[in-house]
Design a protein around this ligand. Sequence first.
Ligand code: ATP
Ligand code: MG
Ligand code: FE
Length: 328
Amino acid sequence: PIIFGIETSCDETAVAILKGKDQLLSNLVNSQIDVHKVFGGVVPEVAARKHVEVLYKLSLKAFEEAQITPNDIDAVSVSFGPGLIGALLIGVSFAKGMSLSLGKPLIGVNHLMGHIYANFLDFPNLKPPFVTLLVSGGHTAILLVKDYLDFEIIGETRDDAAGEAFDKVARILDLGYPGGPVIDEISKKAQKLYDFPRPLYDKEYDFSFSGLKTSVLYFVRDYPQAKKEDIAASFQEAIIDTLVHKVTKFAIKENIKDIVIAGGVAANSLLREKLNAFKDKLNIYYPRQSLCTDNAAMICRAGYEKYVRNMFDTLELDVVPNLGLSKI
Ligand code: ATP
Ligand code: MG
Ligand code: FE
């Protein structure tokens, strides 16, 4: 099948066209980062307006690039949650309009599943069961993916998500938005001088990162002479060490060889470096950088699994801003 995918859950307007399992005919992302940067974070109203402005033109461009017409597609898949309500509504309404006018089935996709499925685009031979570390702007979890549509949550964050912690610490250090890429970059030339807490390190598989963020805040207040880069690098060490420790511990305990990393923080270079140290025991998978952060190719790929199982939605499909991981 040829699947048209739409992603508008946050601050990226994205569309993609996927043929079969892994042939991307087009994959376009219009990031709003510059629009939100001046506010130091995403402004929901502004995000929704920007999606309206961009989505139609971006879709035309995707068809042009793929050299097909809208009638050639077999289904429209769209993120229906989690995300910002106004932003999600733009994508879902647009998808419904396409579905209705073209007479093609509509498929609602859980955005978080999309992040995981991004890996299937780059690793066509990857198959469940595998362990997933989902680390995005709003979510952090270890999952056991038993089958394509069968996930078990092993551990989740009790407060801040990993990406959120990067963004908040960057804000404390006045490094701009989004924080992850900046902290990653400046840490390369810095020293990990400071020992920040690693909450719940050896207990269960849940995470808690709000205390870590707070201790960075106090540290900055108490040691104004400390270099920003060194604080950033020390923070990064603490959070990445915690993520790597837990996910590898679980995989080794369960004797599962494949670990799949998903979400924006999967782009982090220290995370990759630390996981690579397990190379002889475990197979580590990450999507290419552009498929780690929000995109519509991953929405097409998740939509594909639903398409082949005839799991379609009606025009009643509603957005679910707080959609969890358990809802496929
Ligand atoms: P969710 O998917 O949970 O709804 P989201 O879509 O906003 O949230 P993503 O697009 O998956 O999140 O990821 C964005 C997050 O990834 C941001 O918090 C950003 O700081 C972080 N990030 C991006 N690149 C890096 C990096 N190199 N190192 C660490 N974090 C990064
Ligand atoms: Mg984003
Ligand atoms: Fe996301």
